[in-house]
Write a protein that binds this ligand. Sequence first.
Ligand SMILES: C[S@@+](CC[C@H](N)C(=O)[O-])C[C@H]1O[C@@H](n2cnc3c(N)ncnc32)[C@H](O)[C@@H]1O
Length: 264
Amino acid sequence: MKVFEIPGHQVIWGDVIDALETGIEDNSIHLIFADPPYNIGKIFNGKKEQWKGDDAYLDWCYQWLELCLRKLTTTGTLYLMSATQYMPHLDIYLQKRLTILSRIVWHYDSSGMQAKKYFGSLYEPILFAVKNPQNYTFNADEIRVEAKTGAVRKLIDYRKSEPAPYCTTKIPGNVWYIPRVRYKMPEYRKHPTQKPEALLERIIKASSNPGDVVLDLFAGTFTTAAVSQRLERKSISIEREYEYVEIGLNRLGITMNHPGLKPD
Ligand SMILES: C[S@@+](CC[C@H](N)C(=O)[O-])C[C@H]1O[C@@H](n2cnc3c(N)ncnc32)[C@H](O)[C@@H]1O
């Protein structure tokens, strides 16, 4: 395990369980974003995801999730992504340990290979869970979106004592249409499952405040760290593959000939 320190941001090159067990203080993290390998045969830096069956994969997920609970502050929040087929298991597991406030669908369109004999998958599920439902961060006004009906048609609500136009903005519902990152988009990095900055922006704005610590367990292209830096949050990112760590350091503004960055 090797740790790179950048003011306000820590990059941990190593295994997620090791890093959680030895590299991160208990009760120190305000927001955790977990976007693990989904066990659907993706290849990360030449290595194919390989668990011996569903139970082995889920046991591995339960191991790092259990550690996450210790790392969160008492007012902390967890966002968990997973493949659709595993989410029901993880949902039941988390229901016993946290309060799940939203089951979000990240929806996108696909222009690639289309399913021919079944309905192709155009979404990924995300759980939004908190430690204490009476006391957690939710910055509703930071993430408002256009309320299409009222705003476009300028409807008047006559049920109020003084008729007034319907609100033109609203807090997003639990279906989020956000396009996937495509080759040649400015944020694109070479990685098979990069998440869009817009997705992390909504999560980070809603569930943390400037100066809070955001932990990304499986950093990949370090979308979470890059957005945290832009939004003036601190970040800790864990990633097992050095090639992706390099992408992350670069996204955090570190040039690769910076002294002390190469692996020992
Ligand atoms: C689904 S991707 C994360 C993508 C990321 N959210 C982004 O926006 O780019 C999962 C990442 O976890 C990393 N990974 C897989 N197993 C790991 C482990 N045991 N410890 C740490 N990282 C791991 C992979 O190398 C991969 O980059």
